[in-house]
Structures are given as C-alpha cells and as structure tokens.
Design a protein around this ligand. Structure first.
Ligand code: ADP
Ligand code: MG
Length: 391
C-alpha cells in the first residue's frame, strides 16, 4: 500500500498536527532511550524547513484517561529541544481553548508539544468529539506514529476523518520495509521469534508459516512448543492452554515444508537470581526453569541466520535483562548484525537488546513498532494506516 505522503503537500504557514510515537522509557525526569524521538526527526525537520507550524501529539505510558504527573511529556519536549536545537513550546492540556490558542501563536517552523494524548479518556475509545478537538488544533494532519498505527485511537485514526491527512516519512519507511519482506523476500526467509508469551504471537506464527522458509523459536514462548513436542520443561514459563495451538502450528508448518526450530539445549536455573546451568533440552530437572537458549542452540541458530536471504526478528530468546541469561539474545543479535541477509527487527525488548550490544546500526530496518510490525506481517489492517488516503 502506498499512502499519501506529507512531502506532496504545501505546508508553509499551515498548522500541521503531527502524531508521533514518543512513548519512550523515562528514568525519573530524563528520557532513558531517545530512539523513538530520533526516528521522527526527519519528518519534523522536513516540516520545519518547509515553514509548517508544528503541533506535536504523542502518548506516553498508560495513564488510562487521567492526567498523571509522572507521565507528562515535559522531559520528552526537553529532549526534542536538545536534539533539534530549537525551542519546543508546551501546553498543560491535550486539546481545548488553551491548546488551540497556543497553536495559533506558532510562527513558521515553530513547534508546540501537546500534553500526553492518553490523559484524555476519549483517546483510547476513539471518541469522535475528541477527534474533532484535535482537528481544531491544525489545518493538516500528519501521522508519523508507526508504533501506534495498530490502534484506532482519536489521535491516530479518528482525527484523520476531520483533517486532510498524510503519512510522515517514518510511517512510509516502516511500511516500505515491511512490504519488502512480504512481497519479494530474499530466500531463505527466516523468522526468529522470542519473547515471553506465546499467546501474543500465535497469529503472527500462523501468518509467517505461509511466507517463510524457517522459524527459529526461543524465549518463554518456545517452552509451550517444547511441551507440545513432549519435552519436560519443568518450572519454565509455559502456557498450557496453548499447547494444542502450538501442536497445530507445528503440523501446519510440516505440511508446508517450513521448519520450526526449537532449542536443543538451554540455560536453566531454579530462580533468576541463580547462576545459569547449561543442559540438553531433555535433561531439565524438577524445579528448574529455562531462562535462555543454550550454546549449542545459539550456534545452530547462528548458522541458519548467516545462510539466510531475509531475516525478521521479534523478541529476545532469553531473560536478557539478567546478565546470566542474556548470552543467547546477544548471540542472536550478533548473527543478525553480521549476516548478509536483509534484516528487519522489531519489538521494544529486541531493540533494547540490540542497542545494549551496540548493534542496532547493523540492522537494515529497526522498526519502532513491535506490535504494529507483527500485525502488519499478519496481514491485518492497521487503522492508523488505513485512515491515510492512498497516493
Ligand atoms: P519484544 O518487546 O521484543 O516484542 P516481548 O515483550 O514479547 O519482546 O518479550 C520480552 C520479554 O520476554 C523480556 O522481558 C524477557 O525477559 C522475556 N523472556 C524471554 N525469554 C524468557 C524465558 N525463557 N522465560 C521468561 N521470560 C522470558
Ligand atoms: Mg516487550
């Protein structure tokens, strides 16, 4: 799909409501990781250079429709001002008279940041009155929030029905990168899926079976598949009510000639505070839990990744937040960085792991949207994208 781009419209002296995904991790009143802010800078720079008056909107965290002091956007506005070297004005409200008045005082190229969109109860319910309130703040709408594109919220979907709407540069680039995987992937096409819960990813595994040549599983979600194959996973995180789903997916993959690879060994412990012990996957003792893939699995997965033509990675293959269980995820990150394949990675934790290893720059496309990229690959319609007219 090709959305109408913000590059195609005259924006000089127009107020442009730019929806970005500045849902960044905070450390007190500082931004701990500004990747998502940096990712939206090209769109903001383009609009400023062309003389637009920017009204910037984002959500942050989950305030559930009420203002919360620890989720105000002031630290984010401060970081944006640091990164751009220009003033970012703020208002204490999301919409309403004060925000509208502030939007009307903007000069060409100036920026105003609204307060956290999720402070408004109508945001997540996609309330039309709130969508109209957003529309009153601008002459045009530009959506650059790929990470929120799978949500039909007032600032990501509703408002697009009330203003002439365009895709920002990041939104278009994300969609192009994922389309490239879906339409003409280099072979073999390999997906690496990890993360905690299998229930989050059953849909994407089902969709991927129709597209890829192989799937490497790790992380908590692999445990449910291991159990489906009869492995005693003992105290590992597992979703017993999903074992039959896992079994069905394995059968479907076999039918299509797609190999689903599971760990052959693991780093286990009785608790996350204990040291890691490496065991073959059939030798996990009572009381032990799998917290990472083992070295043999890491080597096997590396070999597959190096031989691939396309790699899509979502989700760490272990509890990478703990040093003792971060090895497998680091090995996967290094292989994805080193392979000649076209590589796309998505998911907050996978990206954090890549950043920790200093490897994000080696990936062809690092998606700012974990859930959004999975839903796109599943072939679902993303409301934020659907609301932008096509080119
Ligand atoms: P992403 O943010 O990249 O999409 P997820 O949010 O799905 O990834 O999953 C990340 C979480 O999965 C991490 O917090 C990690 O600790 C957890 N995890 C990975 N492997 C295991 C495991 N074996 N047991 C329990 N939790 C795990
Ligand atoms: Mg996550």
């Amino acid at each position: 799909m090709s959305m109408r781009s913000i590059t195609e419209v005259e924006v000089r002296a127009k107020r442009v409501l730019v929806r970005v995904d500045f849902n960044v991790p905070l450390d007190g009143d500082r931004v701990a990781d500004d990747s998502r802010i940096v990712a939206a800078l090209p769109t903001l720079a383009l609009l400023r250079e062309r003389g637009a008056r920017l009204v910037i909107a984002s959500h942050l965290g989950r305030p559930k429709g009420r203002p919360r002091d620890d989720l105000r956007l002031a630290p984010v506005a401060a970081r944006l001002a640091e990164l751009t070297g220009v003033e970012v004005r703020t208002v204490p409200t999301v919409v309403g008279a004060e925000a509208e008045a502030a939007s009307r005082t903007l000069g060409d190229g100036e920026m105003l940041m609204l307060e956290n969109t999720r402070f408004e109860p109508g945001e997540e319910t996609n309330d039309d009155a709130l969508a109209r309130d957003f529309a009153a703040l601008a002459d045009l709408y530009c959506n650059d929030a790929f990470g929120a594109a799978h949500r039909a919220h007032a600032s990501t979907e509703g408002v697009a029905h009330h203003l002439e709407s365009y895709a920002g540069l990041l939104l278009s680039r994300e969609v192009e990168a994922l389309d490239r995987l879906l339409k003409r992937p280099g072979r073999p096409f390999l997906a690496i899926l990890g993360g905690a819960k299998v229930s989050d990813k059953l849909g994407v595994i089902a969709a991927l079976i129709d597209r890829v040549d192989g799937i490497l599983l790790g992380g908590g979600m692999a445990n449910t598949f291991l159990l489906a194959r009869g492995v005693e996973v003992r105290s590992s995180l597992v979703e017993r009510d999903r074992v039959s789903d896992a079994r069905a997916l394995i059968a479907r993959a076999t039918e299509r000639g797609v190999e689903i690879s599971l760990p052959v060994d693991a780093r286990v412990a009785t608790s996350l505070d204990d040291g890691a012990q490496v065991v073959p996957i059939e030798a996990i003792q009572v009381g032990q839990a799998i917290f990472d893939i083992g070295p043999a699995t890491g080597a096997l997965y590396r070999e597959r990744i190096m031989a691939a033509g396309t790699v899509f990675w979502n989700g760490p293959v272990g509890v990478y937040e703990r040093d003792a269980f971060a090895t497998g995820t680091r090995e996967v990150a290094r292989a994805v960085a080193a392979t000649a394949a076209v590589t796309v990675a998505g998911g907050g934790d996978s990206i954090a792991a890549l950043n920790d290893a200093g490897l994000a720059g080696e990936i062809d496309h690092v998606s700012t949207g974990g859930g959004a990229s999975l839903e796109y690959i599943e072939g679902r319609t993303l409301p934020g994208l659907a609301a932008i007219p096509s080119a």
